[in-house]
Design a protein around this ligand. Structure first.
Ligand code: KG4
Ligand code: ZN
Length: 363
């Protein structure tokens, strides 16, 4: 029998992109969080191959679930609900998780809760830091880039987002153009440390336009042009050229994110929240320069800056289990007719985001 009092214990499943994951969360305690990454499976292709991803999710999701329950020291009978990412993402992968969760729910009689992957990221600071609503969130990864005012588990306002590439995607492409290893973020950041950000001119896209929308694909084009000019002039790239290009690119991403964050903060602070807080999630949140720029910005505005630990910032199932618990507590129950959704914007009132990205739909 599931306990009827105390914090909810929820099993979460995640398979919307290139990580197969399962986790058990009780209240704000992560009892287990198993993540099976697929990076090697896709590394030869320069992006996530949806068919390969879907097959690997279907093979691994049951194993992840069994492992997550074992690590938590629980059986399925001891959880209160089963939460699963029902979108947005690569549809084959989302389906693998949804079908597995439906099977588990049907077999165990446990309630099923479909979770929006972006809500999982957006609610993570509540899991890790117990952040109170409303807070401002910047989701910034290889697949996502958007500002959200988070007011509740089903109450989000999107203030803006990328109209083309996500920043992580831009870091990955930059690394590829310069022959640096993937994932590109850490390699570009390491190179940038020895570089001069002012040597090459990089644009600051969309800063001349009002609002919080962003664009990062032009930075990669600028980098390509600078690289080709150097190769034409000197027959190749020197180590210092590479470092300077990385530093220039990273400084441009930083400036754009900082300026757009300042604008999003102004909108959020207009609501006069009691304890204003700004949280980041996604793999790009690991970047030291970006983190420092955003930390300074928040300090200057007396806004609490929250950066959850990276393992919970990148794709994982603990965030899905936690979001599932909040949704379950709010009364959400899904049936066997629940669908997997390739696109599923958190804020249905906001203008749709363009592009689908190398890691699937952005919203
Ligand atoms: O959240 P995540 O693990 O996966 C999804 O995108 O779903 O984010 C991965 C992205 C990659 O594009 C990677 O290059 C980027 O995060 N990343 C970084 C850094 N570490 C990871 N970008 C910039 N600087 C970093 N230190
Ligand atoms: Zn994600």
């Amino acid at each position: 029998m599931a306990r009827m009092d105390g914090p909810l214990t929820v099993l979460g499943l995640e398979s919307s992109c290139d990580d197969t994951a399962a986790a058990v969360v009780r209240g704000r305690d992560v009892l287990s969080s198993v993540v099976w990454g697929q990076t090697e499976l896709h590394s030869a292709f320069g992006g996530v191959v949806p068919e390969i991803a879907a097959r690997a999710h279907a093979e691994k999701i049951d194993i992840c679930v069994a492992e997550a329950l074992a690590q938590a020291g629980l059986t399925l009978a001891q959880v209160d609900a089963i939460a699963v990412t029902a979108g947005p993402g690569l549809i084959g992968g989302v389906l693998s998780g949804v079908m597995c969760a439906k099977g588990l729910a049907a077999g165990s009689g446990k309630p099923l809760v479909g979770v929006n992957h972006l809500a999982g990221h957006a609610l993570t600071p509540r899991l890790t830091d117990g952040l109170a609503y409303p807070y401002l969130m910047l989701l910034v990864s290889g697949g996502h880039c958007q500002f959200l005012i988070v007011r509740g588990p089903q109450d989000f306002t999107r203030l803006g987002g990328t109209i083309d590439d996500a920043p992580g995607e831009a870091f990955d492409k930059t690394a590829r153009l310069l022959g640096l290893p993937q994932p590109g973020g850490p390699s570009v950041e390491a190179e940038a440390r020895a570089g001069d950000p002012a040597r090459f001119a990089f644009p600051r896209p969309l800063l001349d336009r009002p609002g919080c929308d962003m664009s990062f694909s032009g930075l990669k084009t600028a980098l390509l042009r600078q690289r080709d000019a150097l190769v034409a002039a000197q027959g190749g790239l020197h180590g210092q050229d590479r470092a300077d290009l990385c530093a220039g690119f990273q400084a441009a991403v930083c400036d754009v994110l900082a300026e757009k964050t300042a604008r999003a903060l102004a909108v959020y602070l207009d609501e006069a929240p009691n304890a204003p807080a700004f949280a980041i999630a996604g793999g790009v949140a690991a970047n030291g320069a970006i983190r420092a720029a955003l930390t300074d910005l928040c300090a200057a505005r007396r806004v609490d800056f929250v950066a959850p630990p990276l393992r919970l910032c990148t794709d994982n199932a603990a965030m899905i289990a936690y979001a599932g618990a909040e949704l379950y507590a709010a009364g959400q129950r899904d049936g066997m007719d629940m669908t997997a959704r390739p696109r599923w914007p958190l804020d249905s009132g906001a203008a749709p985001l363009l592009g689908s990205g190398k890691k699937g739909a952005k919203a």
